[in-house]
Design a protein around this ligand. Structure first.
Ligand code: NAD
Ligand code: UDP
Length: 331
């Protein structure tokens, strides 16, 4: 089976390429490297010892994408490509709507033309907005609080409409919770060049001395220790979730990909310090606008229907995230 991976050089895409190759799928990768680097492709090849075709294109470019489908018999697509920074999406909404929506529409039109009707799409737990109760189930009401989240919700809507119009499509929407960690080889991982918005990349930069301290956004939430609670999932577990989704493509399906377990900011910081034997200085500051107190997944549906269960621990996530940055000495 040949799988086209859009955004395959990115954080989640690269780990998924490794799992696909390890599971003997043929892959074709497309990426414009707007938020990744071409050397990631070589690292995927190094980890797996396997070769594959990759193309540097913007998938909004229909002619170029068409050529890739003409050159390769694509059976299924995993669509990661898109912009993902919440704060940036508030400042540059048009850029987010243009890239995330346009790339998806272009991809779907080309897939349709080549009769490729199998798709796994990267959605996000952000589509649940502020949930009324926890854990979050797939049938909870959907809403968003920023343009990035709205692009995910709009794309989910587009895919649902497409499926209604053409039942030959098999589409699985995966709603990721908070992916962190890195491949245990230390060759691929997450290390944003800009000031990170997300917690783990920030913790890593404090641990390496690049930043003086972490600001913890509030300690007066109704949670175990007052700090925000999230469902952190190891990126390798998340990647394996895509293999399960591919294996079970059938009609329109929606799954949460998380661990089902909530971890507070302080718990994550303390675990990171302990497993890596490194101090992480922090200060408590005001709550971040738009943050919710707690968010974690109900993971039963993914387990019952596609047999997915995350196995890696918070310790694994902390160790692998730090190991990646130390090995790459990007600080
Ligand atoms: P990433 O930025 O590391 O990867 C996305 C990749 O897509 C990058 O390599 C980028 O260069 C590429 N890309 C972007 N626009 C493109 C275009 N028009 N044409 C070709 N390539 C393009 O992000 P990630 O963390 O790997 O996330 C992958 C997907 O998962 C995204 O759709 C993201 O919204 C979604 N997601 C991520 C998270 C998270 O916390 N990382 C959570 C939920 C959902
Ligand atoms: N957080 C924090 N300091 C930071 C970044 C994040 O205290 O510098 C907190 C944030 O308030 C939330 C948790 O860490 O409770 C996870 O934030 P992240 O942005 O990684 O994920 P999201 O909030 O989008 O789920």
């Amino acid at each position: 089976m040949k799988v086209l991976v859009t955004g395959g050089a990115g954080f989640i895409g690269s780990h998924t390429c490794v799992e696909l190759l390890n599971n003997n799928y043929d892959i074709v990768v497309v990426d414009n490297y707007s938020n990744s680097k071409p050397e990631v492709i070589d690292k995927i090849k190094k980890i797996t010892g396997k070769d594959f075709k990759n193309y540097e294109i913007d998938i909004c470019d229909k002619e170029k994408l068409d050529k890739i489908f003409a050159e390769n018999k694509i059976d299924a697509v995993i669509h990661f490509a898109g912009y993902k920074a919440v704060g940036e999406s508030v400042k540059k909404p048009l850029m987010y709507y243009r890239n995330n929506i346009d790339s998806t529409l272009t991809l779907l039109e080309v897939m349709n033309k080549y009769n490729c009707k199998n798709l796994v799409f990267s959605s996000s737990a952000t589509v649940y907005g502020s949930p009324n109760s926890l854990p979050i189930k797939e049938d909870f009401p959907l809403s968003t609080t920023n343009p990035y989240g709205t692009t995910k919700l709009m794309i989910e809507g587009i895919l649902k409409d497409l499926y209604i119009s053409d039942k030959d499509f098999n589409i699985t929407l995966l709603r990721y919770f908070n992916p962190i960690g890195a491949h245990e080889s230390g060759l691929i991982g997450e290390n944003p060049n800009d000031i990170p918005n997300n917690l783990m990349p920030y913790i890593v930069k404090v641990a390496t001395g690049e930043y003086d301290h972490l600001n913890i956004f509030g300690n007066d939430y109704d949670t175990i220790d007052g700090t925000g609670v999230r469902d952190y999932i190891h990126v390798v577990d998340l990647a394996i979730g895509h293999i399960k989704a591919l294996e079970h493509l059938n009609g329109l399906r929606i799954y949460n990909l998380g661990t089902g377990k909530g971890t507070s900011v302080l718990e994550l910081v303390n675990t990171f310090s302990k497993v890596n034997n490194v101090p992480v200085k922090y200060e408590i500051t005001d709550r971040r606008a738009g943050d919710i107190a707690a968010c974690y997944a109900d993971v039963k549906k993914a387990f019952n229907e596609i047999g997915f269960k995350a196995t890696k621990t918070i310790e694994d996530m902390c160790r692998d995230a730090y190991n990646f940055v130390i090995q790459n000495k990007k600080y």
